[in-house]
Design a protein around this ligand. Structure first.
Ligand SMILES: Nc1nc2c(ncn2[C@@H]2O[C@H](COP(=O)(O)OP(=O)(O)OP(=O)(O)O)[C@@H](O)[C@H]2O)c(=O)[nH]1
Length: 602
C-alpha cells in the first residue's frame, strides 16, 4: 500500500543483503534508503537500520531489520521493496537464515579489496537452501586496492555463480545504486500466495515494546492481516485481536492491512513474551490451516553463568532475560545457583560475541549490573557405572574417581586467508591442539586451511588471534563434527583455601600446569588488595599446581587525608564506591568481573 493504493503483488520484491562482515551491507542499505527517498538527506545517519545503540557503537549489525521502500521506476510505476538487513558475524547466522525465509532474492555483497571470504560462502549456502535468486554486487570499487576482475573470478570459481553481470558499486560514494534497484526489480521474482486465501503468516522476529506489548514481525504467506481481526498462534492455540499493523519505512508507519507476499509488523495486545514464538504460524482464529515450516531449533554451543552483582536484583534479571529471549531465541537460560555468586542463570550462546552482546543488552536495556563467568562448552562424561552426563558447567564436574572417559566437541574449521599468513595460522591451529586435514589453493593468492579443532580452544580467543595474526584478512567458518575422547581435568581455584565454584574450569591435562600458573598470576593482577592477605591457588583434585599471594593493604586509605581536605576525602570515597560496582564479595574477598573472565586472557 502506498498513498492509500494497494500495490499489486507482481510489483513487490522481498530481498535481503548478505555479505561477509564489514563488506558494506549496512552502507548499501543506507544508500537504498536515500535514493528511494525513504530517508531524506537531513535525516540520514550512518548505518540507519542498526537501531540498537550497541550496533552503532560497535559498527556491526546484530539484529535483522525489515524496512519497506518504494521505488518509482517510471512515472506511475511504483514497486514495493521490502529490504531485510542481516548481520554478518558467524555468531548471528541464525538471524540471517530467519530473514532469508521471508525473501525471494538476495544481494550478495563482496568487498572488491578483500574478495570472497568464509561468511560470504556460508551465507550463499543459506540463500541457496532458501531457493533465493542471488545477485552478486561487487562493492568498494572506489578503493585503490579494489580488484574487480579478481573478485569476479573468485565469485565464479569459489562460489560457482556467474559473475560477468555482477554489479559494480561503491556504497560509500553512491556509485551504481540505481543499477542495484533495477536488478532487484528485473531479477528477483515477486512473491506468490493468494490474497483471498485464509491467513497464514510466518513469525520471523518479535520483541517487547513498552507501549505496544509484544511486536511481531511477519511475512504474510497467504491472505491478509488487519486491525480488528481475530488471530491465533498455531503452536500455542492462543488467540488475540490485532490492534495495529504496519511497516518500518524506515520509521514505524501504520497501515490498513498487510497482504500476501508482504512483510510488516503487527501488535495484538500480546502480554506474555512466550506467546509470540519466532517460527510460529499465525492464522485467523477460526480457520483450519496447516502450519508453515518454521525454523530449525538452534542449539547454543557456549555456556556461561550470568549473576546479578547485587543478589537482590535476581527477580529483575529473571524478567529481563525472559524479555530478551523473545527477541533472541538463540540463547538459552536456566536458573543456576553458585555457592560463590548466589542465584543467577546458566545461559547458552552461539559464540563469544553473542555472549558479550547478550550481557551488554541485559545491562543496558534493563539497567542491570551483572557478573558473567568464563565460557565453557558442553562436555560428555562417561562414568564407571555406565551412566553418561552432559556437563556445561565446570562446577558440576563429577568426582574424578567415578569417571571412565571424557569427550569434548570438535569442529572442522575452514580458514580463508591470503597465502602470506599461512605459517602463522598453522602455528595457531597447532597450539590449539588442531589436526590438519587439508590446505587448498583457491586462487594463486588465496588459501583455505582445513583443521579439526577442539571447540573449547576455539571459543576462548581463537577468533581474535586469527584476526590479529592475519591483520584482519583471514576469516573463519566452522561446523561441528562430533564428540571425541580427550584427557580433560577440572581445575579448581581456591581463594584463601576456599574453592570458588564460579572460577573452576576444564582444561587439557597437558596444559593444566601452564594454564594454572598463568591464571593465578592474572588473578593476582585483577583482584584488588584487601585489608588482609589473600592466597590464590590453582588445584587439580587435592594437588596444588600454582600459588600467588596478594599482600594486605597496610594503611587505611583515608589516613592520608586525615585532618584537612573534606572534598578530597569525599572524592576518594566516591571513587572507591565506583570501583565497587562490579565487585562481588566471595567470603571476605572482593572479586571483580575481570577475574571471572581472566581465563580468556591466558
Ligand atoms: N571505501 C569504501 N568503504 C566502504 C564502502 N562501503 C562500505 N564501506 C566501509 O566499510 C565498513 C563496513 O561497512 P558496513 O556497511 O558497516 O559493513 P556491514 O557489512 O554492514 O558490516 P556488519 O553489519 O558488521 O556485518 C565501513 O567503515 C564503511 O564505511 C565502499 O563502497 N567504499
Amino acid at each position: 500500500m502506498k498513498d492509500g493504493k494497494i500495490i499489486p503483488q507482481e510489483k513487490i520484491r522481498n530481498f535481503s543483503i548478505i555479505a561477509h562482515i564489514d563488506h558494506g551491507k549496512s552502507t548499501l542499505a543506507d544508500r537504498l534508503l536515500e535514493i528511494t527517498g525513504a530517508v531524506s538527506e537531513r535525516e540520514m545517519r550512518e548505518q540507519y537500520l542498526d537501531r540498537l545503540d550497541l550496533e552503532r557503537e560497535r559498527g556491526i549489525t546484530i539484529k535483522a531489520q525489515a524496512v519497506r521502500l518504494y521505488y518509482e521506476r517510471k512515472k506511475g510505476e511504483v514497486y514495493q521493496l521490502n529490504l531485510i538487513d542481516t548481520p554478518g558475524h558467524v555468531d548471528f547466522s541464525y538471524e540471517v537464515s530467519r530473514a532469508l525465509s521471508a525473501c525471494e532474492g538476495a544481494l550478495l555483497v563482496v568487498d572488491a579489496s578483500q574478495g570472497v571470504e568464509a561468511q560470504t560462502l556460508a551465507n550463499v549456502y543459506l540463500a541457496l537452501e532458501n531457493n533465493l535468486e542471488i545477485i552478486p554486487v561487487i562493492n568498494k570499487i572506489d578503493l585503490p586496492q579494489a580488484d574487480v576482475e579478481k573478485t569476479k573470478r573468485e565469485i565464479e570459481e569459489i562460489i560457482g555463480l556467474p559473475a560477468e553481470d555482477a554489479l559494480l558499486v561503491s556504497a560509500k560514494q553512491g556509485i551504481g545504486i540505481k543499477e542495484v534497484l533495477e536488478a532487484i526489480v528485473e531479477k528477483i521474482p515477486p512473491p506468490k500466495g493468494e490474497r483471498d486465501a485464509p491467513l497464514r503468516a510466518l513469525v520471523f522476529d518479535s520483541w517487547y515494546d513498552s507501549y505496544l506489548g509484544v511486536v511481531v514481525l511477519v511475512r504474510i504467506v497467504e491472505g491478509k492481516l488487519y486491525p480488528g481481526q481475530k488471530i491465533r498462534f498455531l503452536s500455542t492455540g492462543k488467540t488475540f485481536e490485532v490492534t495495529k499493523v504496519g511497516v518500518f519505512a524506515p520509521e514505524a508507519t501504520t497501515l490498513d492491512a498487510l497482504y500476501a507476499g508482504e512483510v510488516g509488523f503487527i501488535a495484538a495486545s500480546i502480554k506474555e513474551v512466550r506467546d509470540a514464538k519466532i517460527g510460529d504460524t499465525i492464522t485467523e482464529a477460526s480457520a483450519q490451516v496447516e502450519a508453515l515450516p518454521g525454523f530449525k531449533e538452534i542449539k547454543p554451543v557456549v555456556f556461561a553463568g550470568i549473576f546479578p552483582v547485587d543478589s537482590d536484583d535476581f527477580p529483575e534479571l529473571k524478567e529481563a532475560i525472559e524479555k530478551l529471549w523473545l527477541n533472541d531465541p538463540a540463547f538459552s537460560y536456566e536458573v543456576e545457583t553458585s555457592a560463590a555468586l548466589g542465584f543467577g542463570f546458566r545461559c547458552g550462546f552461539q559464540g563469544l560475541l553473542h555472549m558479550e552482546i547478550v550481557q551488554e543488552r541485559l545491562e543496558r536495556e534493563f539497567k542491570l549490573n551483572l557478573i558473567s563467568t568464563a565460557p565453557s562448552v558442553k562436555y560428555r562424561v562417561r562414568l564407571r557405572n555406565g551412566k553418561e552426563l552432559e556437563i556445561e558447567n565446570p562446577a558440576e564436574w563429577p568426582d574424578p574417581g567415578t569417571i571412565e572417559e571424557v569427550l569434548e566437541p570438535y569442529i572442522q574449521a575452514e580458514i580463508y586467508t591470503p597465502k602470506e599468513y599461512l605459517g602463522a595460522l598453522i602455528n595457531l591451529c597447532e597450539e590449539k591442539r588442531g589436526i590438519q586435514k587439508e590446505i587448498k589453493y583457491l586462487t594463486p593468492e588465496r588459501i583455505v586451511l582445513i583443521y579439526e579443532l577442539p571447540f573449547s580452544e576455539v571459543v576462548m580467543d581463537f577468533y581474535d588471534k586469527l584476526k590479529s595474526l592475519s591483520r584482519g584478512y583471514a576469516s573463519l567458518d566452522y561446523q561441528f563434527i562430533g564428540y571425541r575422547p580427550s584427557d580433560l581435568v577440572k581445575m579448581d581455584i581456591l581463594i584463601n583455601k576456599q574453592p570458588v565454584d564460579a572460577l573452576s574450569l576444564i582444561v587439557h591435562r597437558e596444559k593444566a600446569y601452564y594454564r594454572g600458573r598463568d591464571l593465578v598470576s592474572k588473578l593476582k593482577e585483577v583482584i584488588p588488595r584487601q585489608l588482609f592477605e589473600v592466597i590464590i591457588q590453582a588445584a587439580i583434585g587435592s594437588k596444588i599446581i600454582a600459588r600467588e599471594r596478594i599482600a594486605p593493604l597496610r594503611k587505611d586509605v583515608l589516613a592520608k587525608c586525615y585532618g584537612g581536605d573534606v572534598t578530597r576525602k569525599k572524592k576518594l570515597l566516591e571513587k572507591q564506591k565506583e570501583g565497587k560496582k562490579r565487585l562481588k564479595s566471595i567470603g571476605q574477598v572482593e572479586i571483580p568481573q575481570e577475574a571471572f573472565l581472566a581465563v580468556l586472557k591466558i
